[in-house]
Design a protein around this ligand. Structure first.
Ligand SMILES: Nc1nc2c(c(=O)[nH]1)N[C@H]1C(S)=C(S)[C@@H](COP(=O)(O)OP(=O)(O)OC[C@H]3O[C@@H](n4cnc5c(N)ncnc54)[C@H](O)[C@@H]3O)O[C@H]1N2
Ligand code: MOO
Ligand SMILES: [Mg+2]
Length: 398
């Protein structure tokens, strides 16, 4: 059977991205959501000529005329309405964050003068316009400060707060269900019998999705064809995206591909020329997109990281691919005509991100993921990779 290449699978998956529209969320709950419309400045940034140092404000012309002592007329603190300097040879004490008083145009720090009997005596040179953050010099009122398709983070939340965007327009997220299959699996809170294991890899994938604020539902189905079909039918009617885990290979109870097709999900590919994750199945039914991942924990994680995340990013309108590269720290040989997702430890050597191979005991060994930070993508066209070779890296830790 012809295997689908990683490149072809990527193309197919990205072609099937879906725009879920826009919704409004509270600005302080918008972290790691994608902005859907421009966020516009309601006022200038900053909104007034802002004092940036505690000290005094004077008029430049008085200093230029040789004035070096200044009578203090008043004190302008942050949060007060704007003062006016009436004698152009005097000064006003000003605090950081205050409006620059009318008739003044520069600020001198306390460190640069002494005060004796209410008179300021300068002991440093001053520059025209110093220590003032001028109205509108950062951004003008009415301009878009944050563009759509921005993944929101701490600075963007501060901008939203500053412009009074109590609710911000963000891209809607798909609803996602993760379906496990396998009679050997028991819930986390149970004690497995000798032939059983706790279901774990779905929690790895669910956690990966939390980076994009997606909270999944979980469904478990026994290894039974009609129960599998019923569960798929229910999931198709209730969720946008189905992520299935396990049951996609050659086993006697690997019913997933058959059940999906019986429920009308069209297969776009099954089996990739990659390792781990070779038996990955992907398809679609109308607006339902289905990722049926291989059950082995490292395989399902590689597929979720390498294919689901780019699909989601494209659906949300942000760049799909990471386009981050690392250099191999040692020669590496992989004797198979498949793309290999090599587990690596990442470290910095000068300006270069380096990747040190640390393989475990195959795609069932998920404990080995703990000691690594990402998967280095070794293309299938080659078997021998040289120290220093630069290759795409799929990080799962930063
Ligand atoms: N004859 C062949 N056998 C297998 C092939 C093959 O090409 N020919 N491919 C192997 C590869 S590669 C993989 S990957 C696995 C994929 O298997 P399935 O997708 O059918 O997954 P299962 O059989 O259900 O389970 C595999 C393995 O993963 C464990 N698993 C499953 N779900 C979970 C979970 N939620 N939490 C933790 N562990 C889970 C399961 O217990 C199995 O050990 O097939 C190979 N076989
Ligand atoms: O994809 Mo299976 O990916 O090797 O364990
Ligand atoms: Mg199987």
């Amino acid at each position: 059977m012809e295997l689908t290449t990683v490149t072809e699978a990527t193309r197919i998956i990205l072609e099937n991205s879906i725009d879920y529209g826009t919704e409004y969320v509270p600005f302080n709950d918008a972290h790691r959501r994608v902005l859907a419309e421009p966020l516009v400045a309601d006022r200038d940034f900053p909104p007034f000529d802002r004092v940036t140092m505690d000290g005094i404000a004077i008029q430049w012309q008085s200093y230029a005329n040789g004035q070096r002592t200044f009578l203090i007329e008043s004190t302008q603190t942050a949060g007060e309405t704007q003062h006016t300097l009436s004698d152009s040879n005097a000064c006003i004490e000003v605090m950081t964050g205050a409006m620059l008083p009318i008739n003044t145009d520069l600020v001198i720090r306390y460190e640069d003068f002494t005060i004796k009997d209410g008179i300021v005596h300068l002991n440093a040179d001053v520059r025209k316009g110093q220590n003032v953050h001028y109205q509108g010099e950062d951004r003008r009122a009415g301009t878009a400060i944050i563009q759509p398709h921005t993944l929101l983070g701490p600075p963007e939340i501060a901008i939203a707060a500053s412009v009074g965007a109590v609710h911000v327009p963000v891209k809607k997220l798909p609803s996602v269900v993760i379906i496990t299959s396998g009679d050997e699996l028991v819930a986390v809170e149970q004690t497995p019998l000798p032939h059983q294991i706790r279901s774990s890899n779905v929690h790895c994938i669910a956690t990966l999705l939390k980076d994009y604020r997606i909270n999944v539902d979980f469904v478990h189905i026994p290894d039974d064809l009609s129960a599998t079909q019923q569960a798929i039918q229910n999931a198709l009617s209730q969720y946008d995206v189905l992520i299935l885990c396990g049951g996609v290979s050659q086993g006697k109870k690997d019913f997933i591909p058959k059940a999906l097709q019986a429920e009308g999900v069209e297969k776009y590919f099954h089996k990739l020329s990659q390792q781990p994750g070779k038996p990955f199945w992907f398809g679609r039914k109308n607006n339902n997109v289905v990722f049926a991942l291989p059950g082995n924990p490292v395989s399902s994680f590689v597929c979720a990281r390498r294919y689901f995340i780019p699909w989601l990013r494209k659906s949300l309108g942000i760049p799909a691919m990471d386009n981050i590269y690392a250099a191999l720290s040692d020669d590496y040989v992989y004797n198979s005509p498949l793309t290999y997702f090599l587990q690596v430890q990442l470290f910095q050597e000068g300006a270069t991100l380096m990747a040190r191979p640390l393989t475990g005991h195959g795609s069932g060994d998920f404990a080995n993921l703990i000691d690594n930070q990402g998967f280095l993508e070794l293309p299938k066209e080659k078997n021998e990779f040289k120290k220093g070779e630069i290759l795409p890296i799929w990080r799962y830790r930063y």
